[in-house]
Design a protein around this ligand. Structure first.
Ligand code: NOJ
Length: 558
């Protein structure tokens, strides 16, 4: 059923439903294949709804399932109101919304409106001639004085962000691949068409959106447009577009909106999110991109320290104490698996997976779990460049070769960061193809599926069980209020190996403390412990050290 306008739904409280929610991200292509063609699908998601309910999540974020030529696995949309054949039909989508609703779960969709596919009818019209009324729905520019592209901007996926079209002798702009032409948000008819499409989906009964790459919608072609470098996000003036988008399409409804919003500064953060912001919350990048080299090159990783991670987390948490709301995450379909990123290779396992979960899950904000994270899934091994599917990985690999890397070194360096790490099929059990499909999957299953899979979930020691406990703590325990609304306070700030924080309200103080390193670590507690609420190993009230990757949630003496 359609969402209620907010005025009717909520008049008495400022608290929003999404503050108490746990979100689970599904990458449909890799979740579950119901029709045995090697590709996950909507019926596959429907068949696994009981599994999602078992975890205890409230909201499903579905990565794009719209009609698409799949150049970027669905982030290149050719019909916003259609479903990609490989995923199913609109009836399947309606059934999924209804079945999720029946189990008390809401669904949010990916909203990809910085660009469309080059196969979208809007673009097909736009590219025909310069006088077409839809010409201006995309960004077309003349050649520069030397006959080359209008400026030196690079696309996020590598190479120029301009593609030449001989038919009209102009270039079009694409922040991502050349099959993803950018929409021109300066055009009011285009903006209205986007809002109409959003309303259509809200009427279908979805509860909100994950808003893709949204801070790229403003382009500033002034003198700075002659700089060399990747297209910049969050340019001056984007706020005008975001205000209108929010007022037209989000605010009148009681939605969860979470923005992928690169470029937003810490100073801007609280004005972009929360009750008075453009979005309910936004994904920050500092804590997941601390290993990224200059210009986003994966093969030139930056060395990072735990202190960088701690700072990235606490910077925004301190802001959310005053205003705004966090989107808490360690993984998504664009990131390597968190275990492989943050944990030393010989420390990877259930204990470290639970430690990572504890560290981010009890911060102030809404926790997001990416499919398979609840099982402790890890990065995979790539045998050759042919084992990559992701266009960004292939581009980075070739850039590494151009910079003098050997094939083997390029493969390792890019492999560590590849988005395909997160996209390997979900590991349901230890049968062929990890129980994802009876057919050869579109992307190879991770070799560790016989050990890491969902069949072990009922083991009380499993990572899955631990996530259930964290969810219980946040939602149904005596600590739910303080863990949702309590103030955040950083502790052990200068400890080189441990990360710790307190959540506090008038009645309770809860500490989260974790050893982030693969060695025993001494801890001088700056507080008294009343009781241990949860530990991934064997922390007791009187501990003064933590074993490798050990962590605990503690109730403190007030
Ligand atoms: C961000 C999405 O998360 C990513 O997967 C995609 O490639 C780009 N935006 C382009 O839509």
């Amino acid at each position: 059923m359609a969402q209620q306008p907010i005025a009717e739904a909520f008049t008495t409280t400022k608290r929003s439903w999404w503050e108490k929610s746990i979100v689970y991200q599904i990458y449909p292509k890799s979740f579950y294949d119901s029709n045995q063609d090697g590709i996950g699908d909507l019926q596959g998601v429907i068949q696994k709804l009981d599994y999602l309910q078992e975890i205890g999540i409230d909201v499903i974020w579905l990565s794009p399932v719209y009609t698409s030529p799949m150049d970027d696995n669905g982030y290149d949309i050719s019909d916003y109101q259609g479903i990609a054949e490989e995923f199913g039909t609109m009836e399947d989508m309606e059934q999924l919304i209804a079945e999720a609703d029946r189990r008390g779960m809401k669904l949010i969709m990916d909203l990809v409106v910085n660009h469309t596919s080059d196969e979208h009818p809007w673009f097909a019209e736009s590219r025909t001639n310069k006088l077409h009324p839809q010409r201006d729905w995309y960004i077309w520019k003349d050649r520069n004085e030397n006959g080359g592209p209008p400026n030196q901007w690079q696309s996020v996926f590598g190479g120029s962000c301009w593609e030449y079209e001989p038919v009209t002798d102009q270039y079009y702009m694409h922040t991502f691949s050349k099959k993803q032409p950018d929409l021109n948000w300066e055009n009011p008819q285009l903006r209205q068409a986007v809002y109409d499409m959003i309303h259509w989906w809200i009427e279908k009964g979805i509860a909100g959106f994950r808003v893709d790459a949204i801070t790229f919608i403003k382009k500033v072609f002034d003198a700075a447009g002659h700089e060399v470098g990747v297209v910049k996000a969050n340019q001056k003036g984007v706020q005008t577009f975001l205000t209108e988008l929010s007022n037209q399409s989000f605010r009148p409804y009681d939605l969860l909106t979470v923005a992928e919003a690169p470029g937003v500064t810490l100073e801007q953060l609280s004005s972009y999110v929360g009750e008075d912001g453009y979005f309910s919350m936004l994904f920050e990048f500092d804590h997941v991109d601390l290993d990224l080299g200059k210009d986003g090159l994966w093969f030139k990783p930056k060395k990072w320290e735990l202190s960088d991670f701690k700072k990235a987390i606490s910077n925004s948490q301190k802001i959310f104490n005053r205003q705004g709301w966090g989107a808490l995450y360690l993984e998504n379909h664009d990131q390597p698996r968190s275990l492989s990123k943050f944990i030393e290779p010989d420390g990877i396992g259930p204990v470290s997976a639970k430690m990572l979960a504890t560290v981010y899950f009890l911060l102030k904000g809404t926790p997001f779990i990416y499919q398979g994270q609840e099982l402790g899934m890890t990065n995979t091994a790539f045998a050759s460049v042919e084992s990559f599917n992701d266009l960004a990985s292939i581009d980075q690999y070739h850039s590494a070769l151009k910079e003098g890397f050997s094939e083997a070194d390029a493969l390792t360096a890019v492999g560590n960061r590849s988005r395909d790490n997160a996209r390997t099929p979900m590991q349901w059990n230890d049968t062929e193809n990890a129980g994802f499909s009876k057919e050869k999957p579109w992307l190879a299953v991770n070799d560790n599926y016989s050990v890491v899979n969902a069949e072990h979930r009922n083991d009380p020691e499993s990572v899955f069980s631990y996530y259930q406990q964290l969810i219980h703590l946040r939602k149904n325990s005596d600590y739910a209020d303080v863990l949702t609304y309590g103030q955040y306070e950083e502790v052990l700030e200068n400890h080189p190996d441990a990360i710790a924080y307190i959540r506090r309200d008038e009645t309770k103080s809860i500490a989260v403390i974790a050893n982030f390193k693969n060695k025993n670590v001494k801890i001088d507690l700056p507080f008294g412990v009343k009781n241990v609420i949860l530990t991934n190993d064997s922390v007791t009230e009187k501990f003064d050290a933590l074993k490798p990757y050990e962590c605990a949630v503690l109730e403190l003496l007030n």
